[in-house]
Design a protein. Sequence first.
Length: 106
Amino acid sequence: MLVTTTNTVEGKKVVKYLGLVTGETIIGANIFKDLFAGIRDIVGGRSGSYEQVLREGKNTAINEMQQYAAALGANAIIGVDLDYETVGSGGSMLMVAATGTAVIIE
């Protein structure tokens, strides 16, 4: 299934709009990742553990959105937007939401 952030697909025509589709996930960051990220914050550098959590959340949300679109009969999702938010006490959890429009393209 084609997934794109654009509202059109070059060289293709949208023949039917099936509606809004979403996928959401909430992932908790554990205490060890927080500890090592805190150390990285002090000494500098990238936090590979948090980057992995971000990728995992994004992939899960997009996969869920694709399943929803497929159930509607779509072969593409256009206008995709990804939103990231921290939730829970002290922002200990990451919420990722993927939203787009399920369509049938020729």
